[in-house]
Design a protein around this ligand. Structure first.
Ligand code: SAM
Length: 291
């Protein structure tokens, strides 16, 4: 039988199951084996690797993962796809389908119960584009035992994730990802490899989890409030952006001005020019003044 990620087989599966795409769930299925193989080669998957997949769809990527990995656990929100996956993936006994919203799933327990025999656990996914960032943050914030991520996403989000300071795409998402991982763009993906083709271009990003976060922070909520706050309005200085998140008032502004100077940061700078280390300096100053 032909692989799932081909035009002919995909059309046949959709027809056999009377399946119709739900745009609201970001359903764009891969129909190109070459793209999948390129990603899998880069991901260094072995028969000791355990995989978490988000959104298997009809199993296009899952099938190729199952051929290489020890085990694949795939979380799919759309109940209509469960019987489809049971059919398309029946030749593989190393795939477990979980019908759940990944944002509500207990991934830690799944890793512990279903992937404990694997030497490493990685995430490989063609993510639903409407919730790419919440999904990534959901994984990273939980400090899960996941070594690497290979994720296909909307190009613009991938550029924000891997952006450096002083670039158009740099922002609080770049900092959050840099805090937890070393991220790089692996390759661009044309719209033509999906059925139906999405409206936007795609990109594959590799994220390797750092052993410890890039900067030493004990109140992550405060740190991320400071990084997000600095980009509230991109054209504003950091002082003006912070003045609006920390209640207005002349006195407050003067205190903020002093705090930034004490952290060695010129209050006239904009968020986009500040590195994660600069934000750590600001954080430590704010934390010290509030303790
Ligand atoms: N992996 C398949 C492929 O590459 O052909 C399908 C990828 S498609 C871009 C995204 C998949 O994620 C869809 O199957 C969709 O139903 C599923 N999905 C959307 N939101 C989800 C959620 N919150 N949790 C789990 N799966 C979700």
């Amino acid at each position: 039988m032909k692989d799932i990620a081909t035009v002919g087989r995909t059309k046949q599966i959709l027809k056999d199951h009377g399946f119709t795409f739900k745009k609201s769930l970001g359903q764009n299925f891969l129909i190109d084996l070459n793209v999948i193989r390129e990603v899998l080669d880069k991901a260094n998957i072995t028969d000791r690797t355990g995989i978490i997949e988000v959104g298997p769809g009809i199993g296009s990527l899952t099938e190729q993962l199952a051929k290489r990995a020890r085990k694949v656990v795939a979380f799919e929100i759309d109940q209509r796809l469960v019987p489809v996956l049971q059919d398309t993936l029946c030749p593989y006994d190393n795939v477990e389908i979980v019908n759940a919203d990944i944002l509500k799933a207990d991934v830690r327990t799944t890793i512990f119960e279903s992937l404990s025999e694997c030497d490493e656990v990685i995430v490989v996914a063609n993510l639903p584009y409407y919730i790419t960032t919440p999904i990534l943050m959901h994984f990273l914030e939980q400090n899960l035992p996941i070594e690497r991520y290979y994720v296909m996403m909307q190009k613009e989000v991938g550029e924000r994730i891997s952006a450096e300071p002083n670039s158009k795409s740099y922002g609080s998402l770049s900092i959050a990802i840099d805090y937890y991982t070393e991220a790089r763009v692996v390759q661009n993906v044309p719209k033509s490899v999906f059925m139906p083709p999405p409206n936007v271009d795609s990109i594959i990003v590799e994220m390797v989890r750092r052993k410890t976060p890039k900067v030493d922070i004990d109140d992550e909520a405060l740190f991320f409030r400071l990084t997000r706050g600095a980009f509230g309005q991109r054209r504003k200085t950091i002082l003006n952006n912070y003045s609006s998140i920390f209640e207005d008032g002349k006195e407050k502004k003067e205190a903020l001005h002093q705090m930034l100077e004490q952290a060695g940061i010129d209050p006239r700078r904009r968020g986009e020019s500040l590195s994660i280390d600069d934000f750590a300096k600001i954080y430590h100053e704010v934390k010290a003044s509030s303790d």
